[in-house]
Design a protein around this ligand. Structure first.
Ligand code: IPD
Ligand code: CA
Ligand code: CA
Length: 251
């Protein structure tokens, strides 16, 4: 957490922006600098652990490795919205064992270690027990693969009348941690990479959430469909709706 908190000094520096792959997919000099800093500092914390970071990703299939999103919510960051996070997970034998998600603009730090509970700035957090009709759903329209928008729309069209409302903040890591903290209940994203969800996944599980995927195991070497529910019943409600409209993995 000390290592992650120090990224604030980098995040508040002036930066340049480039398009990585189309108009929606941006990278800044801050993304690259935060990743380089974390790669160096985390290797001092645990020299035996490998490193997977969004900027210049080398997928790791086994052993112990860090999974880092240097800035989750780059589009928000570029626009000065103060809704972005640094996301760091440690994965061991195919399972997330530590997760830290830090918003340097609000100083909210969400964190968990497997088996130790989930916390926000030192205070224990847990999911709500709201039923579907009282639940808020965070989602995204697969912005880097807009051909997937149509099945997303079908899923959301069916869920909308059954739940309270939708939200889209533009930082998956923060949205997922907000569910862990009881600020919302559900998550569905059609195509999401491990650096977006790995750290928040540990926080969510420790906060009592149900976290899963469809058509393949929950994995750290490829994008997945991500589904989260505050309760098993709500998880199943979202998962069965996704399965109905997305019977095979469309990528
Ligand atoms: C993105 C954000 C967004 C989510 C995308 C992610 P980035 O991360 O978390 O909310 O919908 O799937 O790729 O590109 O800002 O690091
Ligand atoms: Ca991200
Ligand atoms: Ca990112």
């Amino acid at each position: 957490m000390d290592v992650v908190r120090k990224t604030k000094q980098i995040v508040t520096m002036p930066f340049d922006v480039e398009e990585k792959d189309g108009a929606s997919n941006l990278v800044t000099t801050v993304d690259c600098a935060v990743q380089q800093y974390l790669k160096t500092e985390l290797s001092k914390v645990l020299p035996e652990a490998d490193f997977l970071g969004e900027e210049d990703p080398h997928f790791v299939e086994k052993g112990m490795f860090w999974v880092v999103d240097p800035i989750d919510g780059t589009s928000n960051f570029v626009r000065g919205m103060n809704l972005s996070a640094i996301s760091v997970a440690l994965v061991e034998n195919g399972e997330g064992v530590l997760g830290v998600v830090y918003n340097p603009f609000t100083d909210e730090m969400f964190y968990a270690v497997k088996g130790g509970g989930a916390f926000l700035n030192g205070t224990p957090i847990k999911v709500t027990d709201k039923d579907l009709s009282h639940s808020l759903l965070f989602t995204a329209f697969s912005l880097y693969n807009k051909n997937l928008a149509e099945p997303c729309e079908k899923v959301l069209w069916e869920l909308y009348p059954k739940c309270d409302d939708f939200r889209r903040l533009g930082s998956a890591a923060l949205e997922l941690c907000y569910i862990a903290a009881g600020r919302a209940e559900l998550y569905f994203e059609m195509r999401i990479f491990p650096w977006d969800w790995a750290a928040a996944g540990v926080v969510l599980k420790e906060a009592g959430a149900f976290v899963g995927t469809l058509h393949q195991p929950l994995r750290y070497d490829k994008p997945i469909i991500l589904i989260v529910g505050n309760t098993e019943e709500n998880y199943q409600a979202v998962a069965s709706t996704v399965l109905k409209h997305v019977p095979v993995l469309p990528y």
